[in-house]
Ligand binder design. Structure first.
Ligand code: 13P
Length: 246
């Protein structure tokens, strides 16, 4: 399995940010892990153009469940594909919170992503209150069961475990806690998808930075990271890619 360093730029970035892409490509012309950046929809085509003939993959941060139609402001999976994307992040906790996205909607969006030929990065993770209540593993089981359609393979699905309380806070779970959840996700996927699940990439996300990346990547069943803030600067994201390439 090739591990995956994925960056989620969220609602950040402009044309000027392409300088960071060039700097990243200068650092890692051929990394031994996969390298993906998911800029806002306005920059997907531009970034894909900048990344042409390089090892950098480009993805979207969301797509509509429908292929086309009267959905003002939305972007379809086919449009992302047409713009040069290979992946799309779905069910990020910020979308689940800001846009009331349910597991069922994430499931429908994943089907749409697959129809367009995109690999879906489906996000799961508990809030702090849910962790304190001791329901983390059962909640994640529910999110996986509800958000992932039948037909998942290691080619069309990546899972990102992102504890909501670790996103943008500088706080991370202990390595034992990360390992416990990733082992649980692998077991759930294996029960449903069989031996295929061994090759599915499970990313950890939430305050990953150059200083903690290596120890997180050493946790069994952690196959990469989904990085927010630290993916905006080539120096930081490049250091995370380097930690995964060892
Ligand atoms: P931070 O790395 O900024 O905590 O964000 C994580 C995240 O939400 C990536 O999708």
């Amino acid at each position: 399995m090739k591990r995956l360093a994925a960056g989620n730029w969220k609602m950040n970035g402009s044309s000027a940010s392409m300088a960071e892409v060039q700097a990243l490509l200068g650092q890692h012309p051929n990394p031994s892990c996969e390298m993906l950046l998911c800029p806002p929809a306005t920059l997907v085509a531009q970034m894909a153009w900048a990344a042409k003939s390089s090892a950098l993959l480009v993805g979207g941060q969301d797509c509509h469940a429908n292929a086309s139609g009267a959905h003002t402001g939305d972007v379809s999976a086919a449009m992302l594909k047409d713009a040069g994307a290979s992946h799309v992040i779905l069910g990020h906790s910020e979308r689940r919170a800001d846009h009331h996205e349910t597991n069922l909607l994430v499931n429908q969006k994943t089907i749409s992503a697959w129809s367009a030929g995109l690999c879906a990065i489906v996000c799961v993770g508990e809030t702090e209150a849910e962790r304190d209540a001791g329901v983390t593993l059962s909640l994640i089981s529910d999110q996986l069961a509800g958000s992932i359609p039948d037909g998942a393979t290691s080619e069309n699905l990546v899972i990102a475990y992102e504890p909501v309380w670790a996103i943008g806070t500088g706080r991370t779970p202990t390595l034992v806690q990360i390992g416990e959840v990733h082992d649980h996700i692998r077991a759930q996927l294996t029960a449903r998808f069989g031996s295929n699940a061994a090759e599915m990439r499970l990313l950890y996300g939430g305050s990953v930075k150059p200083s903690n990346a290596a120890e997180i990547f050493a946790v069994p069943n952690v196959d990469g990271a989904l990085v927010g803030g630290a993916s905006l600067k080539a120096a930081d994201f490049g250091a995370i890619v380097a930690a995964l390439s060892i």
